[in-house]
Design a protein around this ligand. Sequence first.
Ligand SMILES: [Mn+2]
Length: 307
Amino acid sequence: MSLTDEILHPLHRHPWGGLLENAVDPELADLVIVGLPYDGGVSFRRGAAAGPARVRQVSTLGSAVTEDGMILRDLKIADLGDLEPSEPTHAYFEAVASRLSKLPKESFLIGLGGDHSVSVPLHRSVAQRWCEPFGIVHIDAHPDLFEIYAGDRLSHACPLRRAAELSHVGPERIISLGIRSVCDVEVEYASRAGLRMITAKEMARRDLDDVVGEVAERLSGLSRIYLDIDIDALDPSAAPGTGYPEPGGLSSREFLTLIERLFDKLPIRSMGLVEIAPPLDVNDLTSFVGMRTIFEVMGHLQRRKSA
Ligand SMILES: [Mn+2]
């Protein structure tokens, strides 16, 4: 049974709090959303393929308003729907990157996974659109820096390694936040390549503005940043519906404040939100975190537009 069957509320709206009632052509949009319902890259439990549909469903329940009460009526939004997976994976990813690289250079893209391997075509698509060096702020429990995992270079344990190989990125333009579950080969690679990881434990010890200041300093001089969010950066108590839960993560409050500060301090121009796995969720908590994150990002974009 879908959420729309379960709940027939009188305020029931179109996706994204009704914003899609005024959807515009993707060529004209400030913000373009796309779903990538693929979870063939997981190492443990599947379920993230159902993420885009469920987040869209819960987004019909609320108003398009930020947690501060900013009404999101000034943004032009397009939702491309889902780009359905096909075999083999590398061809699917090429098709995704090709489709998304045709978006206008200045469109803010939100790619909604899917497991973290969908970041591979998302990173490639922005590299092709932007044609200049860019930074990646990566928020995740895991570094995802495997060269190859279980024989698969497109595993969800590898996307940041693939990003580090892009000529416009490189390991020195990636900074990972919230890390707390690493493998030996990932630590060795990060240290050798100069990729900075700030662990969840270090973040708990430091002032948030200090952490964000370090991120901004490290990525200074770049005019475009991609924000790569794996929902398992949050503590499983806040986001249980994910394939590889790890204790000791961010509270939803800490996470939303981190996102706000990053948008204040950095030229974030596109993002991905991955690893929301509705079949593993409890009371749709994780899909609601995803929806809230997207509404807050819309708020930051609206604030920028009116500045
Ligand atoms: Mn992860």
